[in-house]
Design a protein around this ligand. Sequence first.
Ligand code: NAD
Length: 504
Amino acid sequence: MTDVRTKRESPRVDHRPAADGRTDARAQRKEPTGGRGHNASFLQDVNLMFDRAAATLSLPPGLADQIKLTNAVYQVRFPVKFRDGYRVFTGWRATHSEHRLPAKGGIRYAPIVDQDEVEALAALMTFKCALVDVPFGGSKGGLCIDPRQYDEEDMERITRRFAAELIAKGFLSPALNVPAPDMGTGAREMAWIADTYKDQRPGDIDALACVTGKPLTQGGVAGRVEATGRGVQYALREIFRHREDVKAAGLDGSLEGKRVIIQGLGNVGYHAAKFLSEEDGVLIVGIIEYDGAIMSDQGLPVEQVAAHRREHGGVKGFPGATYVDDGHRVLEAECDILIPAALEGQITAENAGRIHAPLIAEAANGPITTAADEILRAAGKVMIPDVYLNAGGVVVSYFEWIKNISHIRFGRLARRFDEARNEQAIEIIEQMLGKPVPATLQDKFIRGGEEIDLIRSGLDDTMRLAYQQIRDVMHARKEITDLRTAAFVVAIEKVAQTYMEMGT
Ligand code: NAD
């Protein structure tokens, strides 16, 4: 799900560079806490996190640089003709690593996108894929645009033009570079991108695999839209299976009844909040959005808040909740788990000292700066790093890509066969017991796995295994005391091993 899009009356975003070299949209960026709180950019922050982890490893000279640095960045400016004239858009696609191909990573549409951000996100993709054993390199794309300023027809033309530019330069293809949705994009944009690729490469039998996150009817896979939020749920469930890890965060018991504040009710935030509250008994006591925050000790009904937001364009005015105009301050409110699920740079050196939540789950990419990370660690907070927590999207994207290149829906061959075997097993059990198995139990037992069941099972397995690898490293190596460093160590070791085995 992406933002509610309003029909454009007149385009308001100016893409000309400002006097200081930033795009106008960047210059207008609303820095909630005065930027990242220290002078490091998002990319520098990711590199600092990399350095911290790499310092604990004995890599051959030069290999850390090879793994850390971005392989290639393509910047493109392209014009699109509107009724009132031409407008020039700026976009990027960064390929951070090609130790495995294709390189994988979303395309973000936002007025604040720039090259630094795209490179930082591409690097995170490399480590994310390695961590969850998705055999892809890391990439990311961005287009400097406010999608809410354009109607659907305009967005289609802009997206197709951007895709054509990426295809022409080898930054979009099933074998080399495969985008997916990110902030501001969704299944709709992915369908346009796939169709553009099919038009340009009609002989490519794997054309649909050029992008993931497509609608189900256009080669998508069941469960992709919910995947990142679902992954957040599975990750939190796994962490709460390890009592000592929960204790380290000053919490105890299960997820049930835990008070959660979530920032961002977009694709990731909405699904995470929905699943955690509806299936795990978590209380969503605060939701922070663009236009402020709403709070309720009794727990907010996520589905109703999402409907209110669709209708009114924000959370303000949601009945039965306390509205806070300065939503950003609600990050600091009392709760058990804080889930930033909107965008990067939200917890900085400026506000880190006021964060109350003992457990912070980074559903967004880069919501905590390295300076804030240090402050929070010193205060004993536990952070579940983005590189692990929001990997659900790329895991299910990997399943979609496999589906596309194998040209068959998951479960198509085995489902009925499994059901027939299960019916036979029921018959044997009934013969041995001398009485029938109750119909409700039969139904549960016999049903073969549909695509969505298999996808969720694969995602759950992946999130569990990755967390176990992270905690194993943290517990085995004394010098590593936080989950972020441990996650980077696991990822860097895997990437390094690939390079060393390739001999390059
Ligand atoms: P989205 O565009 O669907 O949702 C973002 C939400 O955050 C929107 O509801 C928006 O209104 C809100 N928001 C934006 N700025 C805000 C602010 N300053 N304060 C409060 N709310 C704000 O995007 P998404 O796909 O949900 O992505 C969110 C984050 O998760 C991003 O960091 C993205 O990189 C990361 N992520 C997304 C996916 C995915 O599959 N979509 C996968 C991995 C990571």
